[in-house]
Design a binder for this molecule. Structure first.
Ligand code: ADP
Length: 488
C-alpha cells in the first residue's frame, strides 16, 4: 500500500468521539467539526465538537480520578508511561501519517516528531521515580521540617496545531508523572493525532478519568467555564501570546497555576568569524523545520556585513532547491502551511521586506493549488525596521539584515518583547560566552539550529511565556510544595 492509502486507513480508524472518563462518547449536542488536509483542502474526518457541558463532564471525571491517581506509587505511574512510550513507538507510522495528513509537515518530519514526542513520555517515566523532598533544620536549631512535593491537582492542557503530538506529550508526560489528572484540548485544526494518542493512553491502561480529551470548535466557550470553575488547579497552554494573555487573565480569577509557552521572534546571528557552511546548515533547520511554523523558528537573520552576501547566496541555493508539495509524497521537503491566513501573512511580510529595499533571491510567491503553499523565500539586504523584526512569520521566509558590529547585533537581537529562542554562529570562544549571556532568550543555540530537547527546560522569557517544559524543571510545574514543621 502506498503512503496515501496507509494514511487514509490510519485516519479512518481513529476514534472521533470525546474521551471522557475512559469512554468514547459523542458530543452531547451531536455536533461534529470537520478536519481538513491542508495539502489538498479535502475533508479527512468529522470529529466530536464538544460543548461547555461536555467540557464540564470531562473536568468532573478528572476531578473524581485525582485522589486515587495522586495516591498511586511512582513505580506504577512510571510503568504506565513506559507502556505508553512503547505503544507510541509501535504505532509510529500511523501517528506520523495522521500528523502529516492533518497538519502538513513532510512524513520524515512527522516521524521525527513522533520520536521527539515519545521521548517526553520516556523522560517523564524516569522523572516519576525521582520526585524528592528535603529535610531542613532552620538556623536557630529549634525546629525541623520536611519539605515535600505533591501533585497540584487536575490540569487543563491546551495544545496548538503545529506540533500536535509532542506538545501534548510534553504536558501530559509531566502531569502523569507528577500524579495529576488532566483534560487535554487539542487545536480544532489538528485533533486526530491527539485522539490517536488517547487510544494509546487507554490501551496503556490509564485508569478512567486520568486523561480526558475534548475536541471542540469553540475553545473559549468550552475552556472558559472550566478555568472559572476553580476545580482545575493548573492550566498549561502552548499557543499565541494573544490567547495566552487572555488565559492568564482568566486564570487569575481563581489564582490558578499557569505554564505559558507563547510566541517567539527568534533572531539568528551570524558573525564574520563563523563557519559559514555550518551556519547555513543551521539556518536551514532553524528556519525550515516544520515549514517555519514553530515558535522557536528563526524569524530574522542578522548577518555581519562582510559575509552577508555570501551567506544569503548560499542560503538561497539551498532554499531554492527544496521540493514543495504534499508531505505524504516521496521526496517532498516542504509541506503546505496550515491555512490560507498563514500564507497571507508570509506573503505580506515578504512584500514588506521588498518594499523596504530588500533583494529577492528566491521564492517570494504563493504556489497555486487547492493546498496552502508558499515557496521557500530568501530576501537579502532587509531594512532593520522591517516588520519581520517585530512580527512572527510562521512560514518559509528568511529575511537577512546586515549588521556591522557585535553590540549592534545584540541590540537588534534583543529589540523584541519576545524571548523564546535565539541562535548565533561564531568560532570565537570569548564571543560565544559574551553573546550567549547577553541574549534575552530562554533557549540559545550556539553553532546549532536546533534547541529543542526533552531533557532540557524548554521555555521563554519576556512575553514568550512562563514556566518550563521538559528537563528536571518540567515536573515541578505540576507540583505543589508543602512543608511540615515541628519542634526539636
Ligand atoms: P495558534 O496561533 O497556534 O493557532 P492559538 O493561540 O490561536 O494559537 O491556539 C492555540 C490553542 O489555544 C488551540 O488549541 C486553540 O483552540 C486554543 N484557544 C484559542 N483561543 C482560546 C480561548 N479563548 N480559550 C481557550 N483556548 C483557546
Amino acid at each position: 500500500m502506498d503512503q496515501h492509502g496507509f494514511a487514509k486507513d490510519a485516519i479512518d480508524q481513529v476514534s472521533t468521539g470525546l474521551f471522557i472518563d475512559g469512554e468514547w462518547v459523542d458530543a452531547s449536542s451531536g455536533a461534529t467539526l470537520a478536519v481538513e488536509n491542508p495539502a489538498t483542502g479535502e475533508e479527512l474526518r468529522q470529529v466530536a465538537d464538544a460543548s461547555a457541558s461536555d467540557g464540564r463532564a470531562a473536568l468532573d471525571a478528572a476531578v473524581a480520578a485525582q485522589p486515587s491517581w495522586g495516591a498511586t506509587s511512582p513505580r506504577d505511574r512510571s510503568q504506565l508511561l513506559w507502556r505508553l512510550f512503547e505503544l507510541i513507538q509501535r504505532d509510529k507510522e500511523h501517528l506520523a501519517a495522521i500528523m502529516t495528513s492533518e497538519m502538513g509537515k513532510p512524513l520524515a518530519e512527522a516521524r521525527g516528531e513522533v520520536d521527539y514526542g515519545a521521548e517526553f513520555i520516556r523522560w517523564f517515566a524516569e522523572e516519576a521515580l525521582r520526585i524528592e523532598g528535603d529535610y531542613v533544620t532552620p538556623p536557630d536549631g529549634k525546629t525541623r521540617a520536611v519539605i515535600r512535593r505533591r501533585p497540584v491537582g487536575p490540569c487543563l492542557l491546551i495544545t496548538p496545531w503545529n506540533f500536535p503530538l509532542s506538545m501534548a506529550t510534553r504536558k501530559l508526560g509531566a502531569a502523569l508523572a507528577a500524579g495529576c489528572t488532566s483534560v487535554i484540548k487539542p487545536a480544532a485544526l489538528t485533533p486526530l493525532t491527539t485522539l490517536k494518542l488517547a487510544e494509546l493512553i487507554q490501551e496503556a491502561g490509564a485508569p478512567n478519568g486520568v486523561v480526558n480529551v475534548l475536541t471542540t470548535a469553540s475553545s473559549g466557550k468550552v475552556m472558559g467555564p472550566l478555568i472559572a470553575s476553580g476545580l482545575a488547579r493548573k492550566l498549561s497552554f502552548t499557543g499565541s501570546t494573544e490567547v495566552g494573555r487572555q488565559l492568564c487573565a482568566q486564570a487569575s480569577e481563581t489564582i490558578m497555576r499557569t505554564s505559558m509557552e507563547l510566541g517567539g521572534n527568534a533572531p539568528f546571528l551570524v558573525f564574520a568569524d563563523a563557519d559559514l557552511a555550518a551556519a547555513v546548515d543551521g539556518a536551514m533547520v532553524a528556519k525550515m523545520r516544520n515549514m517555519g511554523e514553530a515558535c522557536v523558528a528563526a524569524n530574522r537573520f542578522h548577518v555581519q556585513a562582510s559575509v552577508a552576501d555570501e551567506f544569503a547566496d548560499r542560503l538561497a541555493d539551498r532554499m531554492g532547491a527544496l521540493r514543495v508539495g504534499n508531505g505524504l509524497d516521496d521526496g517532498v521537503d516542504v509541506g503546505p502551511l496550515i491555512d490560507e491566513k498563514a500564507v497571507d501573512k508570509v506573503a505580506e511580510l515578504t512584500e514588506d521586506t521588498l518594499a523596504g529595499g530588500g533583494r529577492l533571491l528566491c521564492g517570494g510567491n504563493r504556489i497555486g493549488g487547492p493546498g496552502h503553499f508558499f515557496a521557500p523565500t530568501v530576501v537579502a539586504d532587509v531594512a532593520p525596521d522591517a516588520r519581520v523584526t517585530t512580527e512572527e512569520v510562521f512560514g518559509p521566509l528568511a529575511a537577512i539584515i546586515p549588521f556591522d558590529d557585535e553590540d549592534e547585533a545584540i541590540a537588534a537581537a534583543n529589540a523584541t518583547p519576545f524571548g523564546l529562542a535565539a541562535y548565533f554562529y561564531t568560532s570565537d570562544l570569548d564571543r560565544s560566552w559574551r553573546v550567549g549571556e547577553a541574549l534575552q532568550a530562554g533557549m540559545v543555540g550556539l553553532n546549532t539550529g536546533l534547541v529543542s530537547n526533552p531533557a532540557l527546560p524548554f521555555g521563554g522569557v519576556k512575553q514568550s511565556g512562563l514556566g518550563r517544559e521538559g528537563g528536571h524543571l518540567g515536573i515541578a510545574e505540576y507540583q505543589d510544595v508543602q512543608y511540615v514543621i515541628s519542634p526539636r
